[in-house]
Design a protein around this ligand. Structure first.
Ligand SMILES: [Zn+2]
Length: 92
């Protein structure tokens, strides 16, 4: 997965930053829907970083989702996209 520097979610452009510090020490990522930023902690292995990115996307998509729902959706979609890399390519 290529983690973009920016991504549009619901018509809003979020900046994606890989940082060495996140305010909530227990967190691997953070989404700020006012500043339109998604922060990802850099001290993670690649796949963990990707799952965290997916996790933060679901937070940005729907702030009302419970944490466990976000966890479930992030893992499910991460697996789906990772295991089916041609899913969004054109043609059959
Ligand atoms: Zn979360």
């Amino acid at each position: 997965m290529k983690i973009p520097r920016a991504i549009k979610i619901g018509g809003l452009k979020y900046r994606v930053k890989i940082v060495k510090k996140i305010d909530n020490k227990d967190s691997s990522g953070e989404t700020d829907t006012r500043k339109l930023t998604i922060l990802l902690h850099r001290d993670h292995k690649r796949e963990a970083l990707e799952v965290t990115f997916m996790h933060e996307l679901f937070h940005a998509i729907n702030l009302n989702l419970e944490e466990k729902e976000v966890e479930y959706l992030a893992m499910a979609f991460y697996g789906l996209l990772k295991d089916n890399p041609r899913l969004f390519k054109n043609g059959r």
